[in-house]
Design a protein around this ligand. Structure first.
Ligand code: AMP
Ligand code: ZN
Length: 114
């Protein structure tokens, strides 16, 4: 059994509200949403963060972005717009060390972020 929270969501050991899935990625609603729509898109294969990614992970990284696009389409975010964010390490506030893209939408998002 994996000790990684998001690997356990991939293997269905921990439940999540899944909104999109294919062979490469899983997208599910964030437990503590910070926008009206807030989902996480994760690769099914464990990579801790973009900062840990190898050159050979180019396909995985592309699949996460395509997964973000597809989740946003399914959730009706395309017309209004949305943000895709990937936190890396402590200064960025990363708390789960399985790479994930936050897809945020449904309201006007401030810039710069906090
Ligand atoms: P980050 O701070 O970028 O590492 O983002 C981790 C995100 O995972 C946070 O927004 C948490 O609310 C979210 N989260 C933590 N545990 C779960 C879970 N079991 N299901 C869904 N989202 C989760
Ligand atoms: Zn993992």
């Amino acid at each position: 059994m994996s000790s990684c929270l998001f690997c356990r969501i991939v293997s269905r050991e921990i439940p999540a509200e899944i909104v999109h899935e294919n062979d490469h990625v899983l997208a599910f609603r964030d437990l503590r949403p910070v926008a009206p729509t807030h989902v996480l898109v994760i690769p099914k294969r464990h990579v801790a963060a973009v900062r840990e990614a190898e050159d050979t992970d180019v396909e995985l990284l592309g699949q996460v972005m395509i997964g973000a696009r597809d989740a946003a389409r399914k959730l009706g975010l395309v017309a209004g717009g949305y943000r895709v964010v990937m936190n890396n390490g402590d200064d960025a506030g990363q708390t789960v060390f399985h790479l994930h893209a936050h897809v945020l939408g449904g309201r006007t998002l401030a810039w710069p972020p906090g």
